[in-house]
Write a protein that binds this ligand. Structure first.
Ligand SMILES: [Zn+2]
Length: 278
């Protein structure tokens, strides 16, 4: 669920204020100093059913993070939990540690609450500071190369970097992820399907999870050949319809696809320039 815009702006402002205590040249962002300045005394990696949580123990704030997550996902979770110091007053104590209902699923989990979405936005803003991220993203047409550069500069996951790119790219970008999976109603009906999608600049995007990707699609071609693919294609996923320029690459068992509304390599700024850099 998308947080109200004023809350979203507040999350971005809080992250920028917190970042101003660090040198802007020190990248990736050193989360330990930022956590300490928010009263967090320890970050503990243990096995959890959730990605992480912020708890109050003996008057101290402690972040627990799932030790099974890769480092980049742990960093995002820690940044998300720092966000909870601003946006959540009631915190569980250590009694609720193992219970999933107290924990957070971070990095834009499906069906997350507006507070969780707010902490994700805070996390993105904290890990990929706007000035440094803008320098990378403005260098050209939205690309997977650009996402990889965000990942290596800021030590974040592909998903978080793709979100940041879609947020501040000079053209409209929707991100979709597809993977081979069954429908919940039929375990044998395994196909390449739409798994997840976001469009940070659009409030009303309807993307039906489990929609099958047509076999002739560039997304299928990328998935089965394991080669990057891009070009124009007519899409029909929920409200994502019509001719779009797609940029696809396979990561593990999923395909990341950047969907560009107006732009293409021949028209890199799009017909409707983004307002961010005006
Ligand atoms: Zn959370």
């Amino acid at each position: 669920m998308r947080p109200p815009l004023s809350d979203e702006q507040l999350a971005r402002t809080r992250a920028a204020e917190l970042l101003s205590t660090l040198s802007p040249d020190r990248l990736p962002v050193h989360l330990g100093s930022l956590a300490r300045s928010r009263g967090i005394t320890r970050v503990v990696a243990i096995q959890l059913d959730s990605d992480g949580l912020l708890v109050e123990q003996d008057g101290n704030l402690v972040i627990y993070v799932n030790s099974r997550l890769p480092i980049a996902r742990r960093r995002f979770t820690i940044a998300h939990e720092i966000g909870h110091t601003y946006f959540t007053k009631k915190r569980p104590d250590s009694v609720g540690l193992a219970e999933t209902r107290f924990g957070c699923q971070t990095e834009f989990a499906q069906n997350s609450s507006s507070i969780e979405a707010l902490c994700d936005i805070f996390g993105v803003e904290l890990l990929m500071p706007l000035p440094a991220a803008t320098k990378i993203i403005r260098t050209g047409f939205p690309s997977i190369r650009c996402i990889r550069e965000l990942c290596s500069t800021f030590n974040v996951s592909i998903a978080a970097a793709a979100w940041r790119l879609a947020e501040i790219a000079p053209v409209d970008v929707t991100i979709i992820w597809c993977r081979e999976m069954a429908k919940p109603t039929d375990a044998k009906d395994i196909k390449l399907r739409l798994d997840w999608g976001v469009s940070p600049r659009q409030d009303r995007l309807y993307l039906p999870r489990f929609d099958a990707v047509p076999h002739e699609s560039l997304i299928s071609s990328c998935y089965y050949s394991r080669l990057p693919a891009e070009g124009f294609e007519k899409l029909d996923f929920g409200s994502l319809r019509g001719s779009r320029y797609l940029v696809c690459e396979r990561f593990g068992n999923r395909v990341l696809c950047l969907v560009l509304l107006d732009a293409s390599p021949a028209n890199p700024r799009g017909q409707r320039p983004g307002t961010l850099f005006v």
